[in-house]
Design a protein around this ligand. Structure first.
Ligand SMILES: [Fe+2]
Length: 293
């Protein structure tokens, strides 16, 4: 029997009584969906899942995203099934990537606040991240509650952002880190998409700010003004009272709702092994009628 204990206010729920190595009943899936609509982040401890079990559990929430076609990984370089985002620092042979490895440098974008796949026309619904080998020091994942961030805005600020449309692209978030040596082919896969800045959750009905470091423009605004505005809003939205820091234990599985949270990875030593595997449940629809920028 699944039960969920809220911790960190109502933002995060710790799930007990779940065994994700076996198929879940309809009632169990319904309980998890209800819990994530309320809490936005769910922590499942000690889930020694195989890739197949993680895939099977994830698929219960809808079709999964595949990682092909975005980012910089090439066919043959992928360590995992294409429905996984490889959030490790390992190559196909299981060796730790060199400090100056291009894929490693690109993946450091995960250290910037973001929502998974906000750079896709139909952005992600849930992410499920399994910690197979976790680092002893650092490497935490921080989550920020974008519903609480929205609620904390005053009425004038809410009115100002209500109808704004932002352009998201991996090009913008990598630019922030000085990672600009993208090929024309990579840039072509990273064309900006449009997303609303305010989202209303389909289940909870709560509004949230839809932010990410992938934002580079606000439609109709001068670029420097847009970037300064988004930076300021991001600072407000990630104040400590809205943030939960997850310190990973081996075989934790953390599931979050990308529609109303942001997250970021924290630094760890470049030679430590970190094997994290993410499956991503696709969203239902674009956030705007004309998603192509
Ligand atoms: Fe992420």
């Amino acid at each position: 029997m699944i039960s969920v204990r809220p911790f960190h206010d109502l933002f995060v729920g710790e799930v007990s009584g779940a065994d994700l190595t076996r198929p879940q009943t309809e009632a169990e899936i319904a309980a998890i969906e209800a819990a994530i609509a309320e809490h936005a982040v769910l922590v499942f401890r000690d889930q020694r899942v195989t890739d197949e079990q993680q895939l099977a559990f994830s698929e219960r929430f809808g079709p999964l995203e595949h990682t092909g076609g975005t980012g910089i990984s090439k066919p043959g370089e992928q360590r995992l099934h294409p429905a996984f985002a490889d959030v490790s620092n390992l190559d196909v042979d299981g060796a730790v990537l060199a400090r100056d490895n291009r894929r490693r440098l690109y993946s450091l974008g995960n250290m910037l606040w973001h929502s998974d796949s906000s750079f896709k026309a139909v952005p992600a619904k849930y992410s499920l991240l399994s910690g197979r080998v976790v680092v002893e020091k650092g490497g935490e994942t921080e989550f920020a509650d974008m519903r609480a961030a929205y609620d904390a805005l005053d009425e004038a600020a809410k009115a100002e952002i209500e109808d704004l449309i932002c352009e998201h692209s991996l090009i913008y978030s990598r630019e922030v880190l000085g990672f600009g040596d993208l090929t024309d082919a990579e840039r072509a896969t990273m064309r900006p998409v449009r997303q609303t800045l305010v989202r209303t959750h389909l289940v909870s009905g709560r509004k949230s700010v839809y932010l990410a470091s992938h934002i580079g423009r606000i439609v109709g605004w001068p670029v420097p003004e847009a970037r300064a505005f988004i930076r300021d809003l991001t600072e407000k939205a990630t104040r400590p009272e809205f943030v939960y820091r997850h310190v990973w234990r081996p075989f934790d599985l953390v599931m979050w709702d990308n529609r109303c949270t942001m997250h970021r990875a924290r630094r760890f030593k470049s030679d430590a092994v970190r094997d994290m595997r993410r499956t991503t449940v696709a969203g239902d629809a674009p956030t705007v009628a004309l998603a192509a920028a």
